[in-house]
Design a protein around this ligand. Structure first.
Ligand code: FE2
Length: 306
């Protein structure tokens, strides 16, 4: 369960600029839970400011969303408040949580808004309920180190509780520990987040679990681009140089999933069944990575080769 921080006694209100400056001055370490928690009062003070977010939105709409276009790579669910900057290890954002009754939610589907997509995070972050009654969550915990991460793996999540992120409530989500299955808010809700902007978190995967919350469904964004279509293109148009590159990636990439994507590509360009099986055995089943071995077994099975 994320660490629930009781900050109800803080009634002071500050501007976004003041909050940002306090976070900069604190030199907090987002990889350290205690250090991250130490800046939660600043976020709570910003949360007490009832007008700043509307002011930002008015300004953005008047300026044709110039700032958002420059700095926001998220889906429209997110409003960038303070983007990552050189020499800063955090950024700030607001998230919009649509209620079940919203036509946009109904048209796009709940998963487009991360509802009913149980997941953990590979980073700590602070969140606070800014508007509305808040999204619902089923919270779970699990042992990250015991999970290899291949699709279908039993993950042994332990249900902790069901909770709504209510107005003014501030919590620290803990990397690799807390899993939540978010469910639609009852009314339009907004959260404010302090997020880490660190370089290496993405090298360790975060997981999406199945709806029953007992198995790994897949990992998420350990890289920022779609690797597989790119590798397919290289395999088909890159000649010998392309094959060499993919082979090196299949054996040497520091990201296990990329290694597997490369193996999958090498397999797909083999015409014969024997050729496919050989590639999967040579690079996949013999890999030093347990994740690569397990994913290769699943793939072998999917191709009816194993
Ligand atoms: Fe989440």
């Amino acid at each position: 369960m994320p660490v629930n921080l009781n900050l109800d006694h803080i009634t002071e209100s500050i501007s976004l600029e003041e909050c940002h400056q306090q976070l900069v001055d604190s030199k907090f370490d987002p990889n350290d839970e205690e250090s991250f928690i130490s800046v939660a009062p600043s976020l709570k003070k910003l949360n007490n400011n009832r007008t700043f977010l509307a002011d930002i939105l008015i300004q953005e709409l008047e300026d044709h969303c110039t700032n958002q276009e420059k700095s926001n790579t998220y889906t429209p669910q997110v409003i960038m408040l303070k983007p990552a900057e050189k020499d800063l290890n955090f950024f700030m954002r607001a998230n919009i949580w649509l209620p079940k009754s919203d036509p946009l939610l109904q048209a796009s589907g709940e998963k487009s808004f991360f509802y009913r997509v149980p997941h953990d995070h590979n980073f700590n972050f602070l969140t606070t309920g800014y508007m509305g009654s808040g999204y619902h969550s089923d919270y779970y915990e699990y042992d990250y180190e015991k999970v290899v991460g291949f699709p279908g793996e039993v993950a042994n999540l332990r249900f902790v509780e069901h909770k709504q992120l209510s107005l003014g409530q501030t919590m620290l989500y803990r990397a690799y520990k807390d899993v939540h299955n978010q469910l639609p808010a009852d009314d339009l809700s907004v959260t404010l987040n302090v997020m880490p902007a660190t370089m290496f978190n993405h090298l360790r995967p975060q997981y999406i679990f199945n709806e029953q919350c007992n198995k790994v469904e897949r990992t998420t964004v350990t890289t920022n681009s779609s690797v597989e279509p790119t590798l397919q293109l290289i395999a088909q148009c890159g000649g010998e140089k392309g094959r060499d590159f993919i082979t090196r990636m299949a054996t040497n990439s520091v990201i296990d999933e990329n290694r597997f994507s490369a193996i999958k590509t090498l397999t797909s360009v083999q015409r014969s069944t024997d050729g496919k099986a050989n590639v999967l055995e040579q690079y996949g089943l013999a890999s030093s990575s347990e994740l690569v071995r397990e994913m290769s077994k699943v793939h072998l099975h999917a191709l009816s080769l194993g």
